[in-house]
Design a protein around this ligand. Structure first.
Ligand code: SAH
Ligand code: SF4
Ligand code: F3S
Length: 493
């Protein structure tokens, strides 16, 4: 742990940056769950007439952390704003997954320096995954000393205290715990819209060789089933239409419990019985995807027929170098098992191209796997070395031009699959959740199929938030068009 309130001159003497090496050490000690989180009464007026703005980068985990921070700030009396000029606090909730994610944040800090000069009372904070990296914290301390607070992903619950410290001391407040903290329940959360995220676990123990997440998010730790179920029930009561269960590796849920036998399949089986229209989850790791889970998902109902199942590469040798702990064959077997139980499932994936040493032949194996599985969509990335991870030390002899060309070919094949799979839906009736007006045309509504495909149709605004049936009339590469039908006459997908 490193915690220090500094003034410019003394920080080098006392400050210890977060350490990736320490973050890697996984303790055996039990994770404690705290149910006593509270904003002290005397802090509830602190934000009166003041505004906050949080800029969020990265994955759903970060988006959801932002909802927690918003909840805390509003409980302290602050009001949200989108206008930087109006903001009294600006927080950057950062992502460290690839170099370009970090570049964006440093670019932003450059802009914010000007604002800070105009408005010295502004509190500027950096949190999220980048603040867990020692190199980043050191760079901010040296080059962006106008930042007021840096806090880590394990310190979110400390935001109210850190903010107070920053206000009253007017010195940079740095609090980044290298090792994960406990689980803190009952933090206020500001959710908007009809869809809600629910954390089921934190951290990741997989240590894929390219990935920074196990260092920035700490060890895998599951929330107690009763806490997850109570939160989902409460959200259902509040009228949320869709719940997405979150974890870096949801399939490892429950593996850390030593007092009960309760895994992800058990959790899904219990959530299936809660009266909430739609339940999704992300992200699945192929390694822990067990038969019981497949069987439970096959019962459908409020469990949707979409599984995001990152494969990363189609080459067993590259998978081994990535330390993904499954082979090409094992992934294909799993995909086919899922499809047998859920014939109308849609699979999507993440793929990295240009991992150190990836040969043309190995890349072709990724292309052939994509064709064999037939993903409807995929997030594809060029490998980006992350300091401190094992892959960053591997020899990378693939030129950037080659990586770019591979990425382009891969994206083309995925687009073709998406388009073909959408074409097959023409004439079929689909069950959709109407999410809102379409971005480009207020007369058109946007909805999502059970399989998570975007579909537009003409309908009345009153339908927003309801589940209706549409006949698919047109298929584009990345979305569908449909028309409203009164009652489903045909098989629904
Ligand atoms: N926990 C999830 C993924 C989280 S990160 C899982 O294991 O599936 C989201 C995606 O970013 C990963 O699936 C991977 O495809 C990509 N990614 C992670 N580290 C990367 C790196 N160093 N370079 C490029 N892409 C990376
Ligand atoms: Fe990263 Fe692998 Fe963990 Fe996913 S499973 S977060 S890719 S280490
Ligand atoms: Fe980025 Fe951290 Fe998520 S590195 S992808 S914000 S877990």
């Amino acid at each position: 742990m490193s915690q220090h309130t500094k003034s410019e001159k003394d920080f080098s003497k006392y400050f210890q940056p977060p350490s990736l090496t320490d973050a890697k050490k996984r303790g055996k000690e039990d994770i404690k769950v705290h149910y006593d989180f509270q904003i002290p009464d005397e802090d509830k007026e602190l934000g009166k007439d003041k505004h906050y703005l949080i800029q969020t980068y990265g994955c759903q985990m970060n988006e959801h952390d932002t909802e927690t921070m918003k909840g805390m700030l509003e409980a302290m009396g602050y009001t949200g704003t989108e206008d930087r000029q109006e903001a009294d606090i600006i927080l950057l909730n950062t992502c460290a997954i690839r170099e370009n994610a970090e570049d964006k944040v440093f670019g932003e800090l450059g802009h914010l320096k000007t604002l800070k000069l105009q408005k010295p009372g502004l509190i500027l904070g950096v949190c999220g995954c980048m603040s867990q990296e020692e190199a980043v914290v050191n760079r901010i301390l040296k080059k962006h000393a106008f930042v007021d607070i840096i806090f880590g992903t394990h310190n979110i619950h400390r935001l109210p205290s850190l903010l107070k410290e920053a206000y009253f001391s007017k010195e940079m407040v740095v609090e980044v715990w290298s090792k994960e903290g406990d689980i803190v329940e009952n933090m206020p959360k500001k959710r908007e819209g009809m869809r809600a995220w629910v954390n089921i676990m934190y951290g990741c123990d997989k240590f894929c060789t390219y990935c920074i997440v196990p260092y920035t998010r700490g060890k895998e730790r599951s929330r107690r089933p009763e806490d997850v179920l109570a939160e989902v029930r409460d959200l259902a009561r509040q009228g949320f239409k869709e719940i997405t269960l979150l974890g870096q590796n949801v399939n490892a849920y429950g593996k850390d419990f030593d007092d009960i036998e309760y895994l992800f399949g058990d959790l899904m089986n219990d959530i299936r019985k809660i009266d909430v229209p739609r339940v999704r989850f992300m992200t699945s790791h192929p390694r822990d995807f067990d038969d019981h889970l497949i069987e439970v998902l096959g019962k459908k109902g409020n469990l949707m027929e979409h599984i995001h199942l990152p494969v990363q590469s189609g080459s067993t040798e590259i998978l081994k170098k990535m330390s993904r702990k499954y082979t090409r064959e094992r992934y294909l077997e799993l995909a086919s098992k899922i499809k047998t139980v859920m014939p109308d499932v849609v699979l999507s994936t993440d793929i990295i191209v240009g991992f150190p040493g990836e040969t043309d032949e190995q890349f072709e194996e990724t292309m052939s796997l994509v064709k064999e599985v037939g993903f409807d969509f995929a997030f594809t990335f060029i490998y980006s070395p992350r300091e401190g991870t094992p892959a960053a030390a591997m020899e990378d002899n693939v030129p950037l031009e080659v990586k770019k060309a591979r990425l382009q070919r891969l994206n083309e094949v995925i687009a073709t699959f998406s388009s073909e799979s959408n074409q097959k839906l023409i004439g079929q009736v689909v069950e959709v959740l109407v999410e809102g007006e379409s971005k480009n045309d207020a007369n058109v509504l946007s909805a999502r199929t059970r399989t998570n495909k975007l579909i537009h149709f003409v309908g009345s605004r009153e339908l927003i938030g309801t589940i209706v049936h549409l006949r698919v009339t047109e298929a584009k590469t990345w979305f569908l068009k449909g028309e409203l039908i009164e009652t489903p006459l045909q098989k629904t997908v």
